[in-house]
Design a protein around this ligand. Structure first.
Ligand SMILES: NC(=O)c1ccc[n+]([C@@H]2O[C@H](COP(=O)([O-])OP(=O)(O)OC[C@H]3O[C@@H](n4cnc5c(N)ncnc54)[C@H](OP(=O)(O)O)[C@@H]3O)[C@@H](O)[C@H]2O)c1
Length: 283
């Protein structure tokens, strides 16, 4: 259930990726309900329109707009950032929420599918918007990672430049979520003293469309044991708005509390190496 006295975000501007469904849709709706001007960045205009209608109706806030964004295609990421920046608005909240799991492939920009979308697309988007976000401080950048980040024992820097190797893509998903944890922690270190704070989180195991690749009827059965998207958006909303964590940065959250990531997730050297390599891949 929504918080009955949420912190007001009137006068603030937020951009949430993958907000046409699932955790992102609830996050966008609740941020709009708090009065912010909300941009939902989605890869399908067809799927964005019903989400826009729903968010406007449920929040009573007409200031909700869509931007086209395919995180697997750097050209699309550049176009999305350009379209937002051209509006001349500040940006107080970026939620790197979009993600995919259990799907195999290779992105248009030349990365393993999960890594390319979940990490590289968001890395580039954040880089392109960073100056505007810094100029809008205090501001927050929230990256939706996963507890699955702990289910890998490392990252193969060559494999992330090749198509998905495993049959299920689960291993590659874990690597992409480890990259989310490293990225957010390193971003927090790099933004220290700017008034912009960075958060990563596990939303819970949520009955969203993320499980679309699991065949029916198994999908319906496993979803019975999962939490709702309303519940699943709570930690994103906490990191995005809670006054209690306004001064924290680079930390990882679960159930609206600070949690320690996996040992690998805490590795600063590897987080720095991911940053360095991600920058080089964009050059
Ligand atoms: N569900 C869980 O149990 C769970 C657990 C841990 C972490 N998470 C994380 O939570 C986040 C939200 O997932 P969810 O559960 O809400 O899943 P979801 O319902 O499948 O939503 C994912 C969103 O990401 C978008 N997306 C996928 N590929 C994209 C691309 N190339 N470019 C732009 N947007 C793209 C999807 O767009 P389309 O609708 O067009 O496909 C959709 O809007 C993800 O980062 C996921 O890894 C989820």
């Amino acid at each position: 259930m929504p918080d009955s006295h949420p912190p007001s975000m009137s006068g603030k501007v937020a951009l949430i990726t993958g907000a046409n469904t699932g955790i992102g849709l609830v996050t966008a709706r609740e941020i709009a309900r708090r009065g912010a001007h909300v941009f939902i960045a989605c890869r399908s205009a067809q799927r964005a329109q019903p989400a826009l209608d729903m968010i406007r109706a449920a929040s009573g806030n007409p200031q909700v707009e869509a931007l086209a964004l395919d995180l697997g295609d750097f050209g699309s990421v550049h176009a999305c950032a350009k379209a937002f920046l051209a509006r001349g608005l500040p940006l107080h909240l970026l939620v790197n929420n979009a993600g995919l799991a259990g799907t195999r492939g290779f992105t248009a920009s030349g990365f393993e599918l999960a890594f390319g979308i979940n990490h590289m697309g968001h890395f580039l988007l954040t880089q392109l918007l960073q100056e505007r976000i810094r100029a809008s401080a205090p501001a927050r950048i929230v990256t939706v990672a996963s507890r699955a980040h702990a289910r890998t024992d490392g990252i193969d820097w060559d494999a992330v430049r090749r198509p998905t190797r495993t049959r299920t893509g689960v291993q590659e998903y874990a690597v992409s979520k480890l990259a989310n944890v490293w990225f957010s922690a390193e971003l927090g270190r790099r933004l220290a003293g700017t008034g912009v704070t960075s958060y990563s989180l596990h939303p819970g195991v949520v009955a969203s469309d993320l499980w679309r690749s699991v065949p029916w009827p198994f999908r319906s059965l496993i979803k019975l044991r999962m939490i709702s998207t309303e519940e699943g958006a709570k930690t994103s909303l906490y990191c995005a708005t809670a006054p209690e964590c306004a001064g924290d940065s680079g930390l990882y959250y679960d159930k609206c509390r600070i949690r320690t990531p996996s040992t690998l997730g805490q590795d600063t050297t590897l987080a720095q190496e991911l940053w360095r390599r991600s920058e080089a891949w964009l050059a």
